[in-house]
Design a protein around this ligand. Structure first.
Ligand code: SF4
Length: 429
């Protein structure tokens, strides 16, 4: 009995020791890999980074605007929007003071309009703080944001994170790119790159895996900072251009850029990848499997009908109220219908319910069908045109000429309708 117990007590520690040896060896391998990744990523970024307009500045406001626009939107789409925004509203003050119609018009076509309203709200908080500084701050003002200083964009992570519409990723991106601070970023591109390099098979949306990815991203940016500090301590060392003053900024951007240009979701270009020798997914032929994002939510079909009513060269349009999707944007009167709509009588009933007018069935003319997607919704918008002699008694909207409509910010599908409607009118159809 004693012998048995003795044997058990010998077995357990050796098992624990083995496990801890395995953990230590894994950590050692990971550390060495992180150490090797940093110079590879930095050098690759210096040689391959795209020349994007917001990369020519360190102005945190300009970088902030680019980061907000880039959420859910591709770089090539964002460039003209960013250029236009920065030329119309070049400062935080200008963004804070711009009329709502203007910021919506500048954002028209980018979608996800809550982004632009949050951006303006944040700009107003920064400017309000500055005004209060100038005029002696009022105590007890709920608008006061503790980290804001004299109208300047906040320079610390918590201050940036406290602004409306800014989450951990965006705060990290702004602080690292504008101020070269060692704070991590983790977006879709970075998740893809890290899960592949480290062969992480678990779903990155799950909490422990997500935390691990943030930690890896943090390790990388901190090591880049360390390399920069070492470089600065010993200026006699051969200089690495990326390590001189921008290591954190470049490291974070290198992860995003690698995900965008090389380590793409489909057909990644592993043969030209700077980190392929360290990449587990490449070595184990698991590139297509990673990241493991689980099952996608099924797409849902939705169908709307819209009415393009024209009278004396003007069209009936209305503005969407606050608090709904595409709030404050303009549109033609429309209504959601089942995916199968009946005949013309049903269309007319919908038309009348909207109080657009009181048409006879033969006056309605199919105009066009616009298909588009918002998140998981696949939307079909069928438009019917009607030409009126007289204005209906009660109209739910405003009559605008094509030139006036061009001044308004329309939801994307309705912008297409506006242009088709104006062309039809010009061609006398
Ligand atoms: Fe991505 Fe391939 Fe590079 Fe690995 S080797 S990081 S999978 S591009």
């Amino acid at each position: 009995m004693r012998l048995k117990n003795q044997r058990r007590s010998q077995v357990v520690p050796s098992k624990v020791r083995r496990e801890s040896e395995v953990v230590n060896s894994k950590l050692k391998t990971q550390n060495s890999k992180l150490q090797k990744l940093v110079p590879l990523l930095l050098d690759w970024f210096v040689a391959n980074a795209r020349d994007l307009p917001w990369r020519r500045t360190r102005d945190p406001y300009a970088i902030w605007v680019s980061e907000i626009m880039l959420q859910q939107t591709q770089v090539k789409t964002v460039i003209p929007f960013w250029n236009r925004w920065m030329s119309e509203l070049p400062t935080i003050k200008a963004a804070a003071e711009a009329p709502s119609a203007k910021i919506h018009k500048l954002w028209e076509g980018l979608g996800y309009y809550t982004r632009v309203r949050n951006l303006q709200q944040a700009a107003r908080q920064i400017v309000a703080k500055s005004r209060r500084r100038g005029n002696k701050p009022k105590t007890g003002n709920k608008l006061a944001t503790p980290h804001l200083v004299a109208g300047k964009f906040p320079e610390n992570f918590d201050g940036v994170l406290a602004l409306p519409g800014i989450g951990r990723y965006t705060a990290g991106a702004i602080c690292s790119i504008a101020f070269n601070q060692a704070v991590p970023i983790l977006d879709g591109n970075v998740i893809r790159v890290l899960t592949r390099i480290f062969g992480i098979a678990e779903n990155p949306k799950e909490k422990p895996t997500n935390a691990r990815l943030w930690q890896l991203a943090e390790e990388l940016v901190c090591r880049a900072k360390h390399a920069e500090d070492e470089q600065n301590k010993t200026p006699s060392r051969p200089a690495r251009p990326a390590c001189e003053r921008h290591a954190c900024s470049f490291l974070n951007q290198s992860l995003m850029e690698l995900g965008a240009l090389v380590c793409s979701p489909r057909n990644p270009q592993c043969q030209i990848c700077p980190v392929k020798k360290l990449c587990v997914a490449f070595r184990e032929n698991r590139v297509e499997e990673l990241p493991n994002l689980g099952k996608r939510e099924a797409a849902t079909a939705r169908r709307f009908i819209a009415f393009v009513a024209e009278r004396n060269g003007r069209f009936l349009v209305r503005q969407r109220p606050a608090g709904v999707v595409n709030a404050h944007l303009w549109e033609f009167p429309n209504v959601e219908v089942g995916t199968r709509l009946g005949g013309s009588q049903q269309v007319i009933a919908k038309f009348n319910a909207l109080r657009v007018t009181d048409p006879r069935s033969e006056e309605l003319m199919p105009l066009c069908t616009v298909k588009h997607s918002i998140t998981r919704y696949r939307i079909t918008l069928e438009a019917f045109a009607v030409s009126l002699e007289n204005s209906p008694e009660k109209t739910n909207g405003i009559w605008k000429t094509p030139a006036q409509m061009r001044q308004l910010a329309f939801a994307s599908a309705h912008k297409k309708l506006a242009s088709i409607a104006a062309n039809c009118m010009l061609s006398g159809r």
